[in-house]
Write a protein that binds this ligand. Structure first.
Ligand SMILES: [Zn+2]
Length: 329
């Protein structure tokens, strides 16, 4: 009995330790810049493992919808069938419906055949050039069976799929399905995702004041990230936003070259990361982030390390930090 109690106590201690570690890993977040397909945010109080996992999930585990199968009826264009097919598979399709769609192999409605409305969307394309002017067939010419799943509108008249000369024709049917980037790159919602540790910067004010205005301008211009600026009123050099720039030695070298070593001190912040992500248009960048956080949470739950409610509580902080994204989208 005594031995059992000791075992239980040890088990509890181990779990507590694990919870503490995990608690530390979960960062606080802050949105720095946001556009439809672009997001820049900060994650604080975490380590690189967490950030790397989040990046991987964004690229390869957030599902989207993409053209997966093409049946060509007519193609008299100069583009071979396989190139035409490839171009179609790369057209970003608005994918917020992916969450409620089935993966084709898991669809209970069509027994995994992948052809019903709950696991696929049908596109038709029919175009013929009847004049002597070249006809651009674009993603806007794709007619979808589901108004919620359409080619992403870049606002530039659609992506050109094929150009038709006089008398040439293209007629086809395409099936789009839900998938993830881990299986094939065309399903990844992300075109680029990267992060860096921001720099902690301290200007030696006294030494800085020994510089003439021209010298200050010269030194400020040596920073490619435009981290510093000159206050037009006081003519003092200030850091424009100390928390969002990567560590960069160029300004230190420049100060040394000017005979002013120690003009600025810089070091990398250890527990802060600035993350930028840009999407294909299939999903908004904010949707990719929120979905990735949700997937990460599910992955942790499936590891059965901790009580589900406890995990909910842990993630609530991060989700609430990013909440403005959910409210506005
Ligand atoms: Zn189905």
């Amino acid at each position: 009995m005594k031995r059992e109690e000791t075992e239980i106590r040890r088990e509890k201690e181990r779990n507590k330790e694990m919870e503490r570690d995990f608690d530390f890993l979960l960062p606080h977040g802050r949105i720095l810049e946001r556009q439809n397909r672009f997001l820049k945010f900060e994650l604080r109080g975490t380590n690189e493992t967490f950030v790397r996992v989040l990046k991987r999930i964004m690229i390869s585990e957030v599902p989207t919808i993409a053209i997966d199968l093409v049946f060509i009826d007519t193609n008299s264009s100069v583009l071979e069938d396989r190139f035409l097919t490839r171009r179609l598979t790369l057209v970003p399709l608005t994918s917020h419906r992916a969450t409620s769609m089935y993966y084709p192999s898991e669809c209970p409605n069509c027994n995994g055949k992948g052809y019903c409305h709950r696991c696929s969307v049908v596109f038709r394309l029919s175009a013929k050039c009847v004049t002597n002017q070249t006809l651009d067939v674009t993603s806007n010419d794709l007619v979808s069976s589901d108004p919620a799943v359409v080619p992403f509108d870049f606002g530039s008249g659609g992506t050109v799929i094929v150009k038709l000369g006089q008398g040439e024709e293209v007629k086809l049917k395409a099936i789009a399905r839900k998938g993830i980037g881990e299986v094939k790159g065309k399903w990844s919602p992300v075109t680029s995702a990267s992060y860096f540790r921001p720099a902690e910067v301290r200007i030696n004010e006294e030494l800085m004041e020994t510089l003439t205005l021209e010298q200050k301008k010269d030194w400020v211009a040596s920073c490619p990230a435009n981290m510093f600026q000159i206050d037009p009123r006081t003519q003092k050099v200030v850091v424009s936003d100390p928390e969002v720039y990567p560590y960069d030695e160029k300004v230190i070298w420049k100060a040394e070259a000017m005979g002013k070593p120690g003009l600025v001190e810089m070091c990398e912040k250890k527990d802060s990361f600035i993350f930028t992500v840009e999407t294909t248009g299939a999903l908004k960048a904010s949707q990719v982030l929120m979905k990735a956080i949700q997937i990460l949470k599910q992955n942790v739950i499936s590891m059965h390390l901790m009580d589900d409610k406890y995990i909910d509580g842990l993630f609530a902080g991060l989700v609430s930090d990013m909440q403005e994204l959910v409210i506005i989208d």
